[in-house]
Design a protein around this ligand. Sequence first.
Ligand code: PRX
Length: 637
Amino acid sequence: MTYPYQVTDFAGYELAYKRSIEDPEGFWGDIAANFTWKRKWDKVLEWDFLRPEIKWFNGGKLNITENCLDRHLEHSGHLPAIIWESNNPEEHHRMLTYKELHFKVMQFANVLKNNGVKKGDRVCIYMGMIPELAIAVLACARIGAIHSVIFGGFSAQAIADRVHDARAEYIITSDGAYRGAKDIPLKSVIDDALVGDHTVKRVIVSTRTRTPVSMIKGRDVWWEDEIRKVETQGNPFCAAEEMDAEDVLFILYTSGSTGKPKGVVHTTAGYMVWTNYTFVNAFQYQPGMVHFCTADIGWITGHSYIVYGPLSAGGTTLMFEGIPTWPDAGRFWEIVEKYKVNILYTAPTAIRSLMGFGLDYLEGKDLSSLKVLGTVGEPINEEAWHWYNKHIGKEKCPIIDTWWQTETGGVLISNWAGVTPAKPTFATLPMPGVQPCLVDDQGNEIEGNGVTGNLCIKAPWPAIIRTTYGDHERCRQTYFSTYPGKYFTGDGCLRDEEGHYRITGRVDDVLNVSGHRIGTAEVENAINMHAGVIESAVVGYPHDIKGQGIYAFIIYSGTHGDIQLSKQDIVQTVSRIIGPIAKPDKIQFVPGLPKTRSGKIMRRILRKVAEGDFSNFGDTSTLLDPSLVEVIRDGRV
Ligand code: PRX
């Protein structure tokens, strides 16, 4: 497969960018013409950010799996689509060619149909990183069902909230998942999530760990049994459902500054074009390259750059079940050597963590296949950037720093490998079609270079969020009302003298812990569930490896006396309500929280205490009880 829209020099990037702004419809129409459509679109773009209503390629009909699978069969059917590396280095790897993946997706799509799943139905998927996860995702898309993947680290309660919000009647899971030294009993977590539930009709369970599970009669079926039924039915074919360009492809839940996670909705055609275009251009993917994105498919990075981007480009995507530090910190490097990985895309947290293990684990590893390195999910610090460049890229691989969000569907700001200039810690320049701007708190646009502000985007790109599932008003309020007429990212940003963008972190109450987004309100709600907690406030603080750690200030009335045990109980509660990723790193019991007379918590003060910066608490005169500040400061943990 070739990519006529792949740009390979800076002048080409500038030209593409210019045309994408002056003539977006012509620009994206030309790119979209390279895909397989069942019917051409009537209009490339219609939009109104105030409602918001955004339609790309309206009137077009297609199925994304024909673009990810069928269209590659003739020339690339024998080529590897997915290479899978087990958590266990001793276990044999798996490889699925395009032909095999196509077959398996159709087979499982028939399983879904046999089990009553129809176009538009929501299917929650809660699995580990095994090829069946990708197959399940694509099988949903094949028949027009809407997938909502839930990261395997979320708790039963978090699953229940998501299943309920998506009004999902179908769940796909596994008996368990391997992650490093741990076995995660996925099916049992699903069972806990579904206690008292009467809406889920079917749970399809694939076999991975052979952990004992309880299969509920009439509701639960085994993946493998259902495949055998399809085999005996004899027809391996499953036609790709004709989807409107704007039909929903998937829902993915993400945290925001209010308590409840929201279901970010992406639609079919725009998302497909965007993930493909950004994959081919930012990473400079060439046919035959092995692309290793270390994210989990439970996050947007996995959706866009393990599944849809690489497969729509006919590429080879590597899926890794395990974690970077197990059985030891050389795991990534073994994988790079074993599969001659060409592109490595990972999070700064992983880089910092591996950096901490020293260079011994790199000893004797052949990383010479690497051509491009990427980072995503959080700001990368200089030290980690240089380590990645020197020890992994051997100073010959461009590093792309890709800034984007669940809501943006794919990369919005990034350098392009070897094509546009890289600058450590900078995401640098916008993708074609992306018009970033910085605004002050009053919403005035800040012009010129060498300035900082809140990052907004002025016009839609094809993979912009369309709505938040079941609550369009929430989408409008969260992203389109703070600065009317603009999409607000929630991030702070610097535009340097050269016009390059550097993302400085969230400006709202959202934390970024190890590249995972966690809302402070969500953690507070979970902490407040603990019987002894009266009130809590959560802030982030700089953490050497995770980027940000979670610091909780808690007013506690528990009586059983052992402070350490009480803190552990609270951590346990958060783990139960959200999942281990949201566990507070530090807990401080306080007699009160610094509130203004109107009852608002002055988080600025808490942040300073958490950071250990006592230099200047600013004006505290509006506090109800200014003396609390000293008490909290002195009790810092
Ligand atoms: O704060 C930004 C940070 O991650 C947020 C988006 O999180 P999520 O929706 O979970 O998606 C993560 C994977 C795309 C952003 O608002 N972020 C993401 N990439 C970068 C980043 N911050 C700095 N540099 C990046 N490259």
